[in-house]
Structures are given as structure tokens and as C-alpha cells.
Design a protein around this ligand. Structure first.
Ligand code: ADP
Ligand code: ZN
Length: 670
């Protein structure tokens, strides 16, 4: 959730990089290779050439053998006479084998004796058959030789390997851990701490908009700075505040700014950091976090995405694996109860799912303040643009207000992303300043995904797509409550093959008429396909998905169907699971389905009506699209004349004017 786009607060962690070499995988391989080499050296001695039975027989025939020793009842070492070696018959054996001076034999050959009981008879027989006299006969001697270091090593090697492997696995599992301590820090909190040394230079100026939220948290800063002021009147300082809002709206930023303003240390941790595969780790991390915080008080602890641990307990109990999370949550509750109100630790937490949080967390004395952070409106977006445009070289007379207008529904993080992306796009085109068009491209890219000009689309498909999109555009152009159209494209982008881009109005309420118009122009694509080609395609999937949800919401949430009535099955508390049991009867369910079908069928008819009345314009539009791939609202105005909404607006204004005139006239007459 924390997308550091340009506020470069690289969290600490860097310092320990140069303190001590960290344990890493390469070490393991080095150790492994080293021990293997050592092992083979010490347990060596068998590097001497092996003799075959026939070679032995030749040696005996030449009377070259000086001595035969059977080692460890395992193999025989054959020592040759000096003369034999000098004779050149055994060229390779003139040098002694490599070795580290330890018990390495100076033998010239070794021989695998196989069965020990048959070796001596074999040797003696061979000699006798060569006519050795009784005195000349060489009897093998038997020795045991211990290779202590080699044995020790081979004993140690295996356990050592196991330990290394284990360390390696633990390392992987604990994901790097904080500080070089590796696995030994599993139970430690993973909070990043920002204090004077790591200078968080974030303050309220960097957070644009969010005025109400700022005033709320400003008070928290004041609590930390002069607690006396509040406690002397008998009040208690709140222990925590919960920041609630969609992702990317600046909750983390706000918390950091609080720390920056109050000039106190700031612990930042994500809820998911508590959750680990080991049982009990989460709870111990919570304990550790609070211990550290108390040592550093006054300070602020920020828990991002608290829903990862703070989810209501006891739900979905049938899945069983939630014990660890519950323990963590319980520990969190205990810790929050455990410290006094004037200890100077204030806990901020952020979530975008306040509805699923455990009630116990919201109880007074814990997160008793809830600060709502909403998506920015047009004025706030302008302010956010101003913040993020600071580092960017923009063209002269750049209209920030226009950008704010083009980005309804964007979060602060999206806007930061637009600014960054536009700079990259401009750089790719080797520009020296970032221009308006780069911003528009960046917005398109963020909304729709990457352009995929290379996607292969057959001419027939292309024509279908063009008529589909032209259908959307035509219908929306002729409906009073439709959002203003920006442009229509048939360039594939992301997963979409084409798109009509609208500029949704900034509004808090939506009327029934507005939704019905939306349904109609969403069906305009399919209606156009049917009217023009007489067959429909899968291209309408997205549209159908959207309208189905909309229509069901109309009937079962917004009470917008007469038959079902002013009833809503919406559940804002999130406490009851409607998954399996519906809160209404079978009869109502059938009624809802009927009403939804009716609404959609009527909308489809409306869309087709509009298209039938504008067949010529539709064809013209589609052909233009095929030719240019992107067309703008000006092109539509040229084909169809002014938008219905604008025409009506002008009419109404004119009417009001004439009324005014009439009134004035009657006044003067009177
Ligand atoms: P959240 O925690 O709500 O998901 P963040 O605080 O991590 O969101 O915001 C992500 C990024 O979005 C920030 O780093 C910042 O660049 C940008 N941002 C979000 N809201 C604002 C705002 N009100 N003013 C300026 N920048 C913002
Ligand atoms: Zn469509």
C-alpha cells in the first residue's frame, strides 16, 4: 500500500549492510566445496593405481614384489623392489602418490582382494607356480590403518550439511529478518522505525487535501506535545485512531506526517507482518513491538492494513486455520489495554475494510477515534497534482485544473502514478518538458492498461468492434443523463479490444434515471452489433457483467423497483454472512430476478430505439473509427449535433430567460 513514488524515504535497514558480512547462499556452496576437497584429500591413499590379477601375476613372474600388505582386511598394497621400478616396466609408479604426509602409503599398486580368505592362497599359489623357493615366498602381512581425520570428517560432514540446510531453509522462511540476526529474530517485531536519525521529512504540507482528517490528527500531535493540557482537566488521551479509506488515499502518508510534525519516533508495520507460519510468532511480535514503543515513548506506532490481523474473530470458524491470527489479535487487544493513557504511545492504524474489523478493536479505550479518508474530489485532486508536479518539469501554462477534471475517481496514489508515468512517456519521446498530451496518455494507460497495437485482429473483427463502440457512443450521445463522452477508440488496450471513454460527473447521489441511462448505453454496443450484423458476439461480456450488477443493485439494494418496494438487502455492517442463506424468501428472490430481467430488457429496447433513429450517423461514426482508430467528442458533435444533455440545458436556460423577461415586462406594466 505504501507506494513511495517520489517521497524518497528509504526505510532504515541500510546501516547493517556494511557492519558484518551477511550469511548468504554462496557461503553454503563455498563451505560445501571446501569440505568435499578436504574430505577427498584426507581419506585419500587410494589414488594409487589399481593392479589387475594378470598384472599381479606378471609382477610375481618377474620377481618384482618386495612386500604385500593387506590393509583393514579390505585391499592389498603392493610394494615393488627398487630394481623393478628402475627397470622401466612400471613407468607410472616411479613417483610417490600425492598426499599430505599423513599415513599415505608409499605402495606402488593396490589390489582389490575380494574375499580375504582366498587372497593368501592365491598369492602363494601364484608364487609357487613361478618356482619360488620356500625362502623366497612372500607372505602378505595384515595391518589395520586408521584414517582418523578422514573418519572424523566424514562423521562431521553429514550433520554439518544438515545444519547448513536447516539454516538455509529457516532463512528463506523468515524472509530475511531485520538486522543480521537471521532466524533468531522471528519473534521480533518487524517494525521499521523512523526517528530523528532516519529523518522523515514528511509534514502536513506534503499531504494535499484531506483537511478534516488533518485537523483530527493534528490534535493527536498536540496530545503528544502537551499531554498536560488535556489530562489536567481529567480527560484521557485516546490510545489510538483508525484511518479508514480506500487504498492509495494517503493514510500511510498522513500517519508519517503526524510523526514528522510531532517530531517523535514513528514505528511502521504492516498487519500482515505479524502473521507468520509459525504458531505464536504473531503474538510475540506484537509484544515486542509494544516493548520497543514504550522504550521510545513518546512515539507513534502505525499499523498498516490492520485488517490482516484485526478481522472479526470467530467467523469462518469452519476453516480452522485462523487460530494464529486470533492469538495475534488477542495479544494486540491486551497490549492496547495494558498501557496507561499517558504513556505517550499513540497507535494509528489504517484499513480499507473497516466493516470486517473485530468490534473489540473499535471499542472505546482502543481505537476510539475513526478518521475517514475518502477519495479526493476535484479540488483536492488539483492540490495533490500540485504536490506531485513539484519535481516534474512541465510545459508553461500547464492547466492543473484540467488534469483534475480528467481524473475522477483517482486516488492520491493514482495521481502520483500519473505524474510519474507522464514524465516517463515524455522522456521516451525525448522531450525536454512534459506536455499535456503526455499526461493524457499516462491517464489512458493507467485506466486502460498498455496499448497493444500489435495484437492481431482480423478486418471482420475490427469492423465488429468499431460498430460496437460506435453503438455505445451513439446511444450515450442521445440520452439526457449519460456521462459526457470524451473519446472512442478501437485500439486494444490491456484486455479490452476497444473502449468509449466517459467523464463521470462528480456526484454523491445517482438517480434512477441516471442509472437507467447508463444501462441503456452500456447495452448500446450489443444492440448495434445486432442491428447491423444480425448476430451478436462475446465482445459485450464486460458490458453485460456491469449492467447485471447494476440492475441487481437497483432492485435489491437501492429499492428502485416498484414491485419489490423500498427494501434493501444491503449489509453495511458486514457481520452477517449472506453467502449461503439469503435474507429473503424464494418468492422475493424470483421477484427480484423478474424485475432485473425487465429492467435490462427495457434498457435494451431503449438502446435499439436510439440506434434505429440514428442509423446513418452510427454507420458514419463506425467508418470514421475504422479509419482513424480514435475519435473525439468533436467528431460526434459534427455527426450528430450537440449532446442531448446540452441541448436540454440550453433549452431550459432559454426558457428561464423568457420567463424572466415576461416577469419583468409584467412588472413594468404594473
Ligand atoms: P494508503 O496508505 O492510504 O494506501 P499511501 O499513504 O501509501 O496510501 O499513499 C500512497 C502514495 O500516494 C503516497 O506515497 C503519495 O505519493 C500519494 N498520495 C496519496 N494521497 C495523497 C495526498 N493526499 N497528497 C499527496 N500525495 C498523496
Ligand atoms: Zn461494450
Amino acid at each position: 500500500m505504501t507506494e513511495n513514488t517520489n517521497n524518497n524515504q528509504e526505510p532504515e535497514k541500510l546501516p547493517d549492510r556494511n557492519s558484518k558480512p551477511r550469511f548468504n547462499t554462496n557461503w553454503i556452496f563455498a563451505i560445501l566445496a571446501g569440505s568435499l576437497i578436504l574430505f577427498s584429500l584426507f581419506s585419500g591413499g587410494k589414488t594409487v593405481e589399481k593392479a589387475t590379477t594378470s598384472q599381479i601375476k606378471v609382477m610375481i613372474a618377474n620377481r618384482d614384489i618386495e612386500k604385500v600388505s593387506v590393509v583393514n582386511k579390505d585391499y592389498a598394497e603392493i610394494y615393488l623392489k627398487k630394481v623393478a621400478l628402475e627397470s622401466g616396466r612400471y613407468a607410472k609408479q616411479t613417483k610417490p602418490g600425492i598426499g599430505f604426509g599423513m599415513s599415505l602409503p608409499k605402495a606402488n599398486f593396490t589390489y582389490n582382494i575380494g574375499d580375504i580368505s582366498s587372497f593368501e592362497p592365491f598369492i602363494l599359489e601364484a608364487q609357487k607356480s613361478e618356482g619360488y623357493t620356500e625362502k623366497e615366498l612372500i607372505y602378505p602381512d595384515y595391518i589395520t590403518r586408521k584414517n582418523y581425520i578422514g573418519d572424523a570428517l566424514s562423521w562431521l560432514l553429514f550433520p554439518a550439511l544438515l545444519v547448513i540446510l536447516w539454516l538455509f531453509l529457516m532463512k528463506r522462511m523468515s524472509g530475511g529478518g531485520a538486522g543480521g540476526a537471521g532466524i533468531f529474530s522471528v519473534g521480533k517485531s518487524r517494525a521499521q522505525i523512523f526517528d530523528k536519525d532516519t529523518n522523515v521529512k514528511l509534514n502536513f504540507n506534503d499531504v494535499a487535501g484531506l483537511e478534516e482528517a488533518k485537523t483530527e490528527v493534528m490534535e493527536i500531535v498536540d496530545f503528544l506535545k502537551n499531554p498536560k493540557k488535556y489530562t489536567q482537566l481529567g480527560g484521557k488521551i485516546p490510545k489510538g485512531a483508525l484511518l479508514i479509506g480506500p487504498p492509495g488515499t494517503g493514510k500511510t502518508m498522513l500517519a508519517k506526517a503526524v510523526a514528522g510534525e510531532a517530531n517523535v519516533p514513528f514505528f511502521s508495520i504492516s498487519g500482515s507482518d505479524f502473521v507468520e507460519m509459525f504458531v505464536g510468532v504473531g503474538a510475540s511480535r506484537v509484544r515486542d513491538l509494544f516493548k520497543q514503543a514504550k522504550e521510545k515513548a513518546p512515539c507513534i506506532v502505525f499499523i498498516d492494513e490492520i485488517d490482516a490481523v484485526g478481522r472479526a474473530r470467530g467467523r469462518n470458524a469452519n476453516f480452522g486455520s485462523n487460530d494464529e491470527r486470533e492469538n495475534t489479535l488477542n495479544q494486540l487487544l491486551t497490549e492496547m489495554d495494558g498501557f496507561g493513557t499517558n504513556m505517550g504511545v499513540i497507535i494509528l492504524a489504517a484499513t480499507n475494510r473497516a466493516d470486517i474489523l473485530d468490534r473489540a478493536l473499535m471499542r472505546a479505550g482502543r481505537f476510539d477515534r475513526q478518521i475517514h479518508v475518502e477519495l479526493p474530489d476535484i479540488i483536492e485532486r488539483e492540490a495533490i497534482f500540485k504536490v506531485h508536479l513539484r519535481p516534474i518539469k512541465i510545459e508553461k501554462d500547464f492547466d492543473i485544473g484540467f488534469m483534475a477534471k480528467q481524473t475522477p475517481g483517482f486516488s492520491g496514489a493514482d495521481i502520483a502514478n500519473v505524474c510519474n508515468e507522464s514524465a516517463l512517456i515524455a522522456a521516451r519521446k525525448n522531450k525536454i518538458v512534459v506536455e499535456k498530451q503526455d499526461f493524457l496518455d499516462a491517464i489512458d494507460r493507467i485506466v486502460g492498461g498498455l496499448e497493444r497495437k500489435t495484437k492481431i485482429i482480423s478486418p471482420v473483427e475490427k469492423k465488429t468492434i468499431a460498430y460496437h463502440e460506435a453503438g455505445h457512443a451513439t446511444v450515450s450521445w442521445h440520452l439526457e443523463h449519460a456521462s459526457p463522452l470524451l473519446k472512442v477508440t478501437i485500439i486494444p488496450r490491456g484486455r479490452a479490444l476497444g473502449a468509449a471513454w466517459y467523464l463521470p460527473e462528480e456526484r454523491q447521489l445517482t438517480t434512477r434515471e441516471q442509472i437507467l441511462d447508463e444501462l441503456a448505453y452500456a447495452l448500446g454496443g450489443r444492440a448495434s452489433e445486432e442491428l447491423i450484423f444480425g448476430k451478436i458476439s462475446t465482445g459485450a461480456l464486460n458490458d453485460l457483467e456491469k449492467i447485471t450488477k447494476q440492475a441487481y443493485a437497483m432492485v435489491s439494494f437501492f429499492g428502485m423497483s416498484e414491485k419489490v418496494g423500498n427494501i434493501s438487502f444491503y449489509d453495511s455492517s458486514g457481520q452477517s454472512d449472506f453467502g449461503f442463506t439469503k435474507p429473503y424468501s424464494e418468492k422475493t428472490a424470483e421477484l427480484i430476478d423478474q424485475e432485473v430481467n425487465l429492467i435490462i430488457a427495457e434498457s435494451y429496447v431503449r438502446a435499439k430505439e436510439v440506434l434505429k433513429n440514428n442509423m446513418k450517423g452510427l454507420a458514419e461514426l463506425a467508418e470514421l473509427l475504422l479509419e482513424k482508430e480514435v475519435i473525439f467528442s468533436e467528431d460526434l458533435e459534427r455527426i450528430f449535433g450537440k449532446r442531448k444533455a446540452e441541448v436540454l440545458k440550453e433549452e431550459r436556460e432559454a426558457e428561464a430567460k423568457t420567463k424572466l423577461k415576461v416577469m419583468k415586462k409584467s412588472k413594468t406594466q404594473a
